[in-house]
Write a protein that binds this ligand. Structure first.
Ligand SMILES: NC(=O)c1ccc[n+]([C@@H]2O[C@H](COP(=O)([O-])OP(=O)(O)OC[C@H]3O[C@@H](n4cnc5c(N)ncnc54)[C@H](OP(=O)(O)O)[C@@H]3O)[C@@H](O)[C@H]2O)c1
Length: 346
């Protein structure tokens, strides 16, 4: 019988401590992944600092795993022991320690997992999972749901990404195109035929273009808002709105100027939207655990990775090997990254 270990959070605001952990037991529709790589998300730093979303102490959290299937639940049909997979761990919702990524073994819903092609290393594949779910939530929810009390989710109702060449007359602005959520949203939107205009630092223009952005503008330039408006205006298609992957007072102020000029309807945020939104604009905050992503996980991820249509971007920065490095990786994430995702190899 394998032994599990985890990077535990015993109390908010303290470093993680590596220690023994119970071996996860799969629910009927879950797989147990023996993790080879895990990725760090800004959310994890908030969980560590203030214990947000922690339901059970001590806690194991973390959202992204890549590794090998160790065990499958009784109802699981599409995975078997030994498969190489990526998966979105949902401790955020369940609160169960066995559903947290920062461990040697993690329970992951089978419908939030996909086979990772042999050609893609675990340290690359692991950047996809949570960002993919965030991107589908930003793009394809049809009816607004509840992101948190009093805050609804955005409902852009855009098509899923396609393995074929898709075309659409829609135009979307992705603010923060070099972030994990922004680059994955750009990839999925452009794979649905949507034209994406992206906002990022100049050093990350190449990253945004590799994700499919038609044009990229540097937010450090004083006149970038006007340039974004001019660029979006020249496309004949329907301007859908903005996915704001940064969602700060500064980006919200720019969002509202852009939406006012271009007449877009949607403002999809990653944090609670601004309060002063005009009535004609539908603003919402994504909540990146949602069954809307199931068809994308099931039908798109593996063949798209195989075909090179879905890329493991932003590229990983491997902080170290072993669970002892998770705490250091969280510190680096808190300090901020540019055009990369922090990863710990196991
Ligand atoms: N609500 C949810 O369900 C949900 C899900 C996922 C993420 N989130 C939140 O979404 C945010 C992004 O997460 P992430 O993992 O995608 O972040 P990330 O990859 O760590 O973001 C880093 C990127 O942010 C960009 N950036 C920073 N300030 C910017 C600005 N003023 N304008 C444009 N770009 C800017 C940087 O771009 P440059 O280096 O190019 O300047 C950098 O590449 C976080 O706050 C996270 O907590 C929420």
């Amino acid at each position: 019988m394998a032994l599990n270990k985890a990077a535990w959070l015993h109390k908010a605001g303290t470093p993680l401590e590596v220690g023994d952990a119970p071996m996860p037991i799969p629910g009927p529709n879950e797989i147990i992944v023996q993790n080879s790589a895990i990725a760090i998300n800004p959310l994890d730093t908030h969980m560590q600092d203030v214990g947000v979303f922690v339901q059970q102490w001590p806690a194991i959290f973390g959202c992204d795993v890549a590794g090998t299937v160790y065990e499958v639940g009784s109802e699981v049909q599409h995975f078997k022991k030994g498969d190489r997979v990526i998966g979105h761990a949902v401790n955020l919702v369940t609160g169960k320690p066995q559903d947290g990524a920062f461990a040697l073994y993690t329970a992951v819903p089978a419908d939030k997992s996909a086979i990772l092609p042999d050609t893609i290393p675990f340290t690359q594949g692991v950047v996809v999972a949570f960002a993919l779910e965030a991107a589908v939530c930003a793009l394809s929810v049809r009816q607004p749901g509840i992101a948190m009390p009093g805050v609804s989710t955005p409902a852009l109702g855009l098509p899923y990404p396609s393995l074929e060449t898709a075309s659409s007359n829609k135009v979307l602005i992705v603010y923060g195109g070099s972030s994990s959520a922004g680059s994955m949203t750009t990839q999925l939107a452009t794979a649905a035929g949507i034209t994406v205009i992206s906002i990022a630092s100049e050093q990350n223009f190449g990253l945004c273009k590799s994700c499919g952005a038609a044009e990229v503008f540097d937010y450090h330039e004083p006149s970038f808002v006007e340039k974004v408006i001019a660029a979006a205006s020249k496309y004949k298609g329907e301007f859908v709105g903005i996915f704001d992957a940064i969602s700060t007072p500064e980006t919200y102020a720019n969002d509202l100027v852009i939406l006012n000029e271009l007449g877009g309807v949607h403002l999809a945020c990653v944090h609670p939207p601004p309060e002063n939104v005009p009535e004609n604009i539908k603003a919402g905050m994504i909540f990146a655990v949602n069954d809307v992503a199931t068809p994308v996980w099931r039908d798109y991820v593996t063949p798209a990775l195989q075909a090179g249509k879905l890329k493991c971007l932003p590229p990983p920065t491997v902080v170290g090997k072993g669970l002892e490095n998770v705490d250091e990786a969280l510190k680096k994430c808190k300090a901020g990254v540019s055009g990369t995702k922090l990863v710990v190899e196991l």
